[in-house]
Design a binder for this molecule. Sequence first.
Ligand SMILES: [Zn+2]
Length: 142
Amino acid sequence: MQWVLQWLARMTYHFNPKNRPTLCAYCKRPAGPFLKEDGEHWLGACCMAHLKKIGEGERLPNKAQLNDLGIEYSIAQTKDLYTKLAIEEDQKPLHKWERDKRKKIFTNIVREYLNWANVQAELDDERAANGFNKVPEEGRTL
Ligand SMILES: [Zn+2]
């Protein structure tokens, strides 16, 4: 019975966008479906091997870094949403908008940045697999 409650807690946590871990606590790659309970928190893991390392208290000191091209990309991808919401908000300054509309803007910027970063990593995978002279597929260059 205890494992059912733990499994339910894990699933509830994993699918709650407010709590869901973004990165593996060990290597800082995107977290997969693996979770490790840590007191009141759940830590994400990208694979079983890293889940084990997290349980043993091991952590790599990796940190993600911002890329200016990615920032430019995410701002450009958010322009239409921003324009639409700015009209709805009667051209008020952003800090005076309804909270959920401000949240939409920031969510979109962060999501587009992460999408950009994921595409860069996938393109690197393709180059590593097919040679560094390979031209990326149409629509994959940013
Ligand atoms: Zn990992």
